[in-house]
Design a protein around this ligand. Structure first.
Ligand SMILES: *Cc1c(COP(=O)(O)O)cnc(C)c1O
Length: 504
């Protein structure tokens, strides 16, 4: 390893990929150093003080790291080699649908005809974009069995809040003040949070011994004050709610609406439709199912599709095809308004349409078949090592449990997950859903091959063997990654959101 001392900053380690300590940009900073120097800009020599009134100028020197372009690129390239990503290997994180996303969709969305357009351009200049939005809305409605959709919400949780505002607008329009929304105890954490944000109270419905909504408990909780129910089917245990028709009937009977959390549509694409099950509102995560990489905090999109009786309340404006054949923006008088500053995260929308069109109708059905097949293959293969929490055919994900390993060898689900990092796999989701002890939730997705699934199962079996022979080593895992075991709670308890010029 060679080091090059920097005048003002910390020594920078040479490109030993994935190892060694990496200084922060602030530690590398040298006063006066910069990445680019514009010698002739053509802009008349004015100072900031000529352009901005003094009262609006910040009197303090802002601490910005000063580094050369070379050092900047080296820094981020080295950091990128310490990361695990969907482009690198399998990422079986259940409920998150971390699948490989075809680069073709990126290339289509990156066409300058799409990405050089200002969202404020008048409709007559962006007919192609509006056509794309209309076509995507139609295709998402076809997949979910709904009548119309808004493409504005920027993520799944934003879609949930939009859906709850739609629920409220519908009941308000009927002069019907309702206060409660029902949610099963297996639900994703964003569901109760969105209900609270939407101004409703949560009533939790327990799951039965088969991992499904307890129908009797549901019926007992229903009443004229129930605005609706939020469900996902398959549910977060990866199981299909077989009594969905009875559930829908019971909720509709008291005047409530059914909300479908469609963050993960992999299991049902082209097979069954929420609309046919009786749902009134569906949100979809285009950044899980439809070709936008998920995770890492990039932009997402959470379109919300609704049944006929809710169409008028949708956020606007929406792109529509006018009778004379041109596309225009339209907003209904009863619309709940905007839920996004513009028309949604447009590039995510463009990628999603490319994904739907390149697959075609039966291609999307194949996505669902393979996602479900892969999850069941893994569930069966791991049956004697990590048994499923519910011994039934699952959908696109399976919830396994490490209670046996814990009872016999003191090895917890977390230890298994950390051991997998040493084996070159990302960890599955752990300790979710909350109702399963020592839960390990695997979602292989349709994009992994049989060979990869076998390699993952082999790795889990090696870890189970280690639990017998050397459980202590699993408590210390991972040892072979750039960062070894971290304190799970410390970052949240001792948050340091800023860094000053001295790197403190
Ligand atoms: C991911 C997910 C959400 C939330 O989506 P975000 O885009 O992260 O806000 C909601 N429900 C389920 C079931 C999910 O998996």
């Amino acid at each position: 390893m060679t080091t090059e001392p920097l005048a003002g900053g910390r020594a920078i380690s040479a490109p030993l990929l994935g190892h060694g300590t990496e200084p922060t940009l602030f530690e590398m900073s040298v006063a006066g150093r910069s990445a680019i120097q514009l010698r002739t800009t053509g802009v008349p020599a004015t100072t900031l003080h000529d352009l901005v009134p003094a009262a609006h100028l910040n009197p303090h020197v802002v601490a910005i790291a000063e580094v050369s372009e070379r050092d900047l690129v080296g820094h981020f390239t080295r950091l990128s080699h310490r990361q695990f990503s969907v482009d690198l290997g399998m990422y079986p994180l259940g409920s998150c649908t971390m699948k490989y996303n075809p680069k073709f969709c990126d290339a289509v969305a990156a066409d300058p005809g799409f990405n050089s357009v200002h969202p404020g351009a008048p409709a007559e200049l962006i007919q192609g974009w509006l056509e794309l939005l209309v076509e995507l809305e139609e295709k998402l409605c076809a997949v979910t069995g709904m009548s119309a959709a808004t493409l504005q919400p920027a993520a799944g949780a934003a879609g949930e809040l939009t859906g709850l505002l739609l629920m409220r607008a519908y009941h308000d329009a009927n002069g019907d003040a309702r206060t409660r929304v029902l949610i099963p105890d297996s639900a994703h954490g964003t569901n109760p949070a969105s209900v609270t944000l939407g101004g409703y109270q949560v009533t939790t419905i327990p799951s039965n011994s088969r991992g499904l909504v307890d129908l009797d408990a549901l019926k007992a909780a229903l009443g004229p004050d129930v605005a609706g129910i939020m469900l996902t089917n398959p549910n977060t245990l990866g199981l299909f709610e077989e009594e969905i028709t009875e559930i829908a009937e019971a909720v509709h009977d008291v005047g409530g609406l059914l909300y479908y959390d469609g963050a993960n549509l992999n299991a049902i694409l082209g097979v069954v439709r929420p609309g046919d099950m009786g749902f009134d509102i569906v949100h979809m995560n285009l950044h899980k199912t439809f070709a936008t990489p998920h995770g890492g905090g990039g932009p997402g999109a959470g379109p919300v599709a609704v049944s006929e009786r809710l169409v008028d309340f949708l956020p606007g404006p929406r792109a529509t095809l006018a009778p004379h054949g041109t596309y225009e923006w339209k907003k209904s008088a009863r619309s709940i308004g905007r839920v996004h500053g513009w028309h949604g995260n447009a590039m995510v929308l463009a990628r999603a349409l490319a994904y739907v069109n390149v697959h075609g109708g039966d291609g999307l059905t194949r996505v669902a078949h393979h996602a479900v097949l892969n999850a069941n293959w893994l569930r069966k293969r791991l049956d004697s090592t990590l048994p499923a929490a519910h011994d039934r055919v699952c959908m696109h994900e399976c919830v396994l449990t490490a209670t046996d390993l814990k009872a016999k060898y003191g090895v917890r689900g977390l230890d298994v997950a950390k051991g997998l990092l040493e084996e070159g796999f990302h960890s599955p989701t752990v300790y979710f859903p909350l109702i399963v002890e020592e839960a390990l939730m695997f979602e292989p997705t349709e994009t992994e091959s049989l060979q990869t699934l076998k390699a993952l199962a082999d790795a889990v079996e090696r870890i189970a063997q280690r639990a017998i022979n050397d459980p202590e080593s699993l408590h210390r895992a991972p040892q072979t990654t750039p960062v070894s075991r971290v304190d799970e709670a410390r970052a949240a308890r001792h948050l340091i959101p800023t860094e000053d010029a001295a790197g403190r």
